[in-house]
Design a protein around this ligand. Structure first.
Ligand code: FAD
Length: 398
């Protein structure tokens, strides 16, 4: 394994750093840095800036709009995005359905969808989970019944992230009840403005609205919108989930959050000094930082393997578990750092431009909402318990 940055990689890192410093709009950087709410516009604006530069889809083949970067350059790019406080790239189009269409879509589908995904002209959402079908996804019941050249789709999806902003959904549907459950699933895409689609928000623990129920009532979807073969959707879904897990380690974002934690701990008083001078607190910060650096070396090892032509397998599950545990530990320490000033619930304080006097230090307002919100990380993308099952089965042979 070769983990040292070459001179070229260092030059690449400096180019990316300069680009982000120059091009990221100040108001968006400010929101990310201060943990404030991001609007759809903020994500779209940043993705369009990256698209103009040709950098929005590092994981796509170069001839279809990718960058042709090495795995280590992709890692550097992610690190620099986090370091520069950019919004994350929203994965549903570029990281999920895009690669599925590239791998399994027809030429017409590639021509129809890929340019719009690259340009973030469409916002996509992921319709996998259903009430009663989460970890056991193959039990999904949303039905697609053939009717001439169309399917009539009826059922309910849930936890659909940002469906309230979505133009398009990629969706797993049941097209057969014969044989194994996995063999009766198809992968379709449709317009969220289709008749029969209803989006209902679900309020999360932190008071925010990012997930939804989506009801599908006899939605007419052309069969031409099916990606790949009928009843082969499970294969495509699994392909997509492996993409989802690799990015979930989010080491760069955790490193940035640790910096923020240290800055807050230096600003907070404890006894006669600062909280950062408190030995017990410092030890906790050190522990999470060591975990993050250890995870980073595992990520680099996976990247180094990938560069040598060995794509990640069940190692992705380790990255997911440890990455999300670290993200959650950091949110916990941030709350601890401000003590009872984390308690007041002032949702308006998370909106840019809110200018009332904060309760306690300004940095305290988003910390408890983030703590509660990040409980999600060990659930989405396949729960951490399910990841442990994968490790037990695939790596330990149990
Ligand atoms: C914030 C958020 C955003 C999401 N966004 C999306 C989205 O955009 N699109 C989408 O399709 N889905 C989305 N999901 C859904 C997510 O994928 C599911 O919540 C997840 O797969 C778990 O399913 P479930 O909620 O039905 O829980 P269940 O599967 O009912 O699990 C309940 C508990 O039992 C445990 N468990 C279940 N089976 C086993 C087992 N075999 N062994 C050990 N433990 C087990 C689980 O780990 C969990 O702790 C999102 C979820 C969250 C929280």
């Amino acid at each position: 394994m070769d983990l040292k940055l070459s001179d070229e990689d260092v030059a690449f890192r400096d180019t990316v750093r300069r680009f982000i410093d120059d091009k990221l709009p100040a108001d968006i950087r400010d929101k990310v840095e201060n943990g404030l709410n991001l609007e759809k516009e903020d994500f779209v604006t940043w993705q369009k800036i990256l698209h103009t530069q040709g950098w929005v889809a590092p994981n796509w083949p170069k001839e279809l709009g990718g960058t042709g970067w090495t795995p280590i350059q992709r890692f550097i790019f992610d690190e620099e995005m986090a370091r520069g406080s950019t919004p994350p790239i929203i994965p549903f189009g570029l990281g999920m359905v895009g690669p599925v269409i590239i791998a399994f879509g027809s030429d017409e589908q590639k021509a129809q969808y890929l340019p719009r995904i690259l340009a973030t002209d469409d916002w996509w959402c992921q319709g996998y989970s259903e009430p009663g079908s989460g970890s056991d996804l193959a039990s999904l019941k949303t039905k697609a019944v053939a009717d001439g050249d169309d399917y009539i789709v009826t059922g309910a999806k849930t936890w659909t992230t940002m469906a309230q902003w979505a133009d398009m959904m990629f969706c797993l549907v049941r097209t057969s009840d014969e044989g194994k459950r996995q063999d009766g699933i198809s992968f379709i895409v449709f317009d969220m403005k289709s008749d029969g689609v209803t989006v209902k928000p679900i309020q999360t623990f932190d008071g925010g609205f990012e997930v939804n129920e989506v009801f599908l009532d006899e939605v007419r979807v052309p069969q031409a919108n099916r990606i790949g073969e009928e009843n082969k959707g499970w294969t495509y879904a699994k392909f997509l989930l492996s993409h989802e897990r690799t990015g979930i380690a989010a080491v760069g974002r955790s490193k940035k959050q640790i910096e923020r934690l240290k800055a807050i701990a230096c600003a907070e008083r404890s006894g006669t000094g600062t909280l950062m001078e408190d030995r017990r607190f410092r030890e906790k910060v050190a522990a999470v930082e060591i975990d993050t650096l250890a995870l980073e070396s595992v990520v680099l090892k996976v990247i180094s393997e990938e560069a040598a032509g060995r794509p990640p397998g069940p190692e992705s599950s380790i990255l997911k578990i440890k990455g999300t545990e670290i993200q959650q530990d950091i949110t916990e320490l941030l709350v601890e750092a401000v003590g009872y000033y984390a308690a007041p619930y002032v949702p308006e304080a998370l909106d840019a431009g809110w200018n009332e006097a904060p309760v306690g230090p300004k940095h305290a307002a988003p910390l408890a909402p983030h703590y509660f919100n990040w409980r999600k990380a060990s659930i989405y993308g396949g729960t951490n318990e399910i990841q442990k099952n994968i490790i037990a089965k695939m790596m330990l042979g149990l």
